[in-house]
Write a protein that binds this ligand. Sequence first.
Ligand code: AHR
Length: 539
Amino acid sequence: MRVLDRRGFLEAVAAAGVGVCAGVRTLQAADAVVEVNPSQPGPEIAAHIYGHFIEHLGGVIYDGVWVGRDSTIPNIGGIRKQFVDDMKAIGAPNLRWPGGCFADGYHWRDGIGSTKRPRTYNFWEQRMPPGLHAEEANEFGFHEFMRLCRAVGAEPYVAANVGSGTPQEFHDWVSYSNAPQGTLSLADERAANGDPAPFGVKYWGVGNESWGCGGNMTGGEYATAYRRFISQCPAYVPPFFVATGPRGHSADADVDWTETFFAGIRDARALFVRVDGFALHYYTDFRQTNEDGARFDAKGWYAVLHKGAHIEQVIDQHWAIMGKYDPEHHTKLVIDEWGNWYRGGTELGPKYIYSQAITLRDALHAAMTFDIFNRHADKIAMANVAQTINCLHSLFAAVGDKYTRTPVYSTFELYRPHMGARLVPLASTVPDLKVPVLDGDATLPGISGSASMRDDVLTVTLTNPSLQDALVTRIRVSGGAALREARARVLTHDDMHATNTFDKPHEVQLADLAARVSGDTASVTVPKQAVVAVSLRVG
Ligand code: AHR
């Protein structure tokens, strides 16, 4: 996003007729000018950027998603009904499953069939508190996952087992999933298990974190494995293969992984070697600090937003390397794990490992992340929040019959209009904000935003990270389009720690915000610590 220097800012503000005295953001009644030009639409923002991830980890699947067919909790064939309803309400475009680290120990045959399914080892056993176990009951398997996807209307994205599986096992899974009934025995077996119609799964992850829990490989070793896993893969449905990418939040962003993987692939356009997506993981990782999800001060607030915003550099870094091997950029980024990861201490309960308190801070982090993803719409085919329920950056918390949407859910609601819309360039005059972080000072964009256009609706999303100043904001629409109407909604709270609990599930939620239109300009006041979505009718 273009951020003008002080002089440019004052000129732009003066040109906009806004009488303020600005400094390096000690703005009184801090005014902002945001310019958007819908006559120059950019690439489509893939709806899949607003995607999801559920893993057999802690309370994600069992309790979160799956309550069981005999449960008194309202369910659809064992799947928590409220979860389905809420996922539908935000138009969840996809679901990644079964992991995560769990994926490279998962054998899909364990989770099919109506006879008693085996109890198997779960990778996360090693992280369970003493006395608790993580054995996999396999009650929720492939058919249950596909029923969930169908109920939500989400595209399945299946992470296959490379770390402890074989190409044959992967290929059989693809055949079982996609071959028409009456062709392969595997297809007939699927039909006998209740699903005669092929599942038509297109998105296949070829392993997960193959540099770690997915096989401890080097980039070159993984490139070799990748080539073997995909070259004989059945193609009943044109597949979209996602290769394991780097751990973007490591100190050097794992650039070497990207280099050595693509060098090892040699020709990603060769007949039998295609890399459609390259998975980047980026956790805003505070595990080694004292930050937890619930208790933080201003430094903690800004530190999380600042580290979150760093993902933009990581995207650019890896995209540049990918371009060396694939100048036309056939391979897109799939950021299939992103979110905040705090040290423990705020779990929903002992067996809900990696669940954490989710506050307004996480909602703003998600908003800034989405603005970055939108602005890089040319590079990103998909992204998946880690994880959708009961784990890390969740949209939902559920324990038995208790359930709530977190503030992050509201961010997904606010950003929904961007899904599948065309990116519109956005520039802001707001100077950077100098903020305290855990280990000193840092700068954050004074306002973060993105814009998109669908039909005659221009959507502008804006995040004001400041804990102090509201931003009286003018959105100037250039390119000659007439503005007819403006509506705005806001997500904020007086308390930066605000959260939704089982007892107070509506503490943080969306509200309408006043917006005015005059000529080519819409005006809104973006409160401090807030995300706003402005919807403008243009034309
Ligand atoms: O999302 C939790 C874990 O984080 C995933 O299983 C793994 O892929 C990552 O390291």
